[in-house]
Write a protein that binds this ligand. Structure first.
Ligand SMILES: Cc1ncc(C[n+]2csc(CCOP(=O)(O)OP(=O)(O)O)c2C)c(N)n1
Ligand SMILES: [Mg+2]
Length: 323
């Protein structure tokens, strides 16, 4: 693994903002779980509870003009990239006011204006889109970077290897950010990857790799900033391996029969990125409760907005269909 110096730090006050964003995402996802169980939200829903620090730290490091792509577990990335909670919730409810105009749902969140080129339900499916965007930036000599979020399971997909290969060959400005929660649905890392150290995936292409504690939002911010600077300077793509934890079932409804219950409870009580940041900031109980109430209120507002949204007109069904 190539070491890069972590020189960039968030400015003072930023960590407090990170905490607010992480709390918003946590309350949003908990509410989504409940609304889904009450059959208000259709389709499949995957929450990123436990992985909030990766989304928030990485998106905070992006410059205006940079873009992201996401996965089936995309609410946190989309909120962290700046899409309002109302627009994300309305999308989950299938409403016209949603960020994908109600046509996508949970696994297809788009917000091109805010630099979100979309999430894909196909594991690894958006990696080619991020790489293609980076190729466009490179050909136009624009100082922009594309950042692709994906999971450890996606590193076994063909598109991952094709994207890594071309990105390195052509020195494209792309950051491949792997959220290693060591699970692909019910399959543990040891059963889907022949190597335990996923930075070796990058080494195979001669690509710079960084490893970071994905439960530490500041560390994620600094590592991503370093990776972005490297990619932006035309030095080539960077693979960032964020070690994280899925503190929730794979999708809402998954009973997690495959997971050791004691180990799961221990991980939940020791690896919560919000609890870690709260401790780091030494917030009083009153201040933390105030932040929780703010997040709760913003999510309640988003749910009410989504419930009163507009159902798409069936007449528009074929609009935006290209193939
Ligand atoms: C090409 C493809 N194969 C299988 C699936 C079914 N599937 C959905 S999520 C998932 C696991 C993905 O694991 P990972 O990439 O580590 O992401 P995580 O769920 O851990 O966030 C699988 C196999 C799919 N959606 N697409
Ligand atoms: Mg995974």
């Amino acid at each position: 693994m190539t070491e890069l110096d972590f020189m960039t730090s968030p400015q003072s006050g930023e960590l407090g903002r990170f905490l607010q964003q992480m709390l918003l995402i946590r309350y949003f996802e908990q509410q989504v779980e409940e609304r889904y169980r009450d059959a208000e939200i259709p389709g499949f829903v995957h929450v990123a509870i436990g992985q909030e620090a990766v989304a928030v730290g990485a998106c905070a490091a992006l410059a205006p003009g940079d873009v992201i792509t996401s996965t089936h577990r995309s609410h946190a990335h989309t909120l962290a990239k700046g899409t309002p909670a109302r627009a994300v919730m309305a999308e989950l409810y299938g409403k016209v006011e949603g960020c994908s105009r109600g046509r996508g749902g949970s696994m297809h969140l788009y917000d091109v204006e805010r630099g979100n080129l979309g999430s894909s339900a196909v594991v690894g499916g958006a990696l080619g889109i991020a790489t293609g965007a980076a190729l466009a930036f490179s050909l136009r000599s624009e100082p922009r970077v594309a950042l692709a979020f994906f999971g450890d399971g996606a590193t076994a997909s063909g598109l991952f290897h094709e994207s890594m290969n071309l990105a390195q060959l052509w020195r494209l400005p792309v950051v491949f950010l792997c959220e290693n929660n060591r699970w692909a649905e019910s399959t543990p890392l040891a059963q889907h990857s022949p190597i335990a150290d996923l930075t070796q995936r990058a080494q195979a292409f001669g690509m710079t790799a960084l490893e970071v504690d994905g439960q530490d939002v500041e560390a994620v911010y600094r590592a991503t900033a370093e990776a972005l600077a490297h990619a932006r300077s035309a030095a080539g793509p960077v693979f960032v391996l964020a070690e994280t934890y899925r503190l929730a079932p794979h999708n809402v409804g998954d009973q997690q029969e495959y997971r050791d219950k004691e180990e799961y409870e221990l991980t939940r009580s020791t690896q919560d990125p919000i609890a870690k940041l709260r401790e780091r900031l030494a917030l009083s109980d009153e201040r933390f409760a105030e932040l929780e109430r703010e997040a709760e209120a913003a999510v309640a507002d988003a749910v009410e907005f989504a419930r009163h949204g507009t159902d798409p007109d069936p007449q528009t069904l074929l609009e935006d269909v290209y193939a």
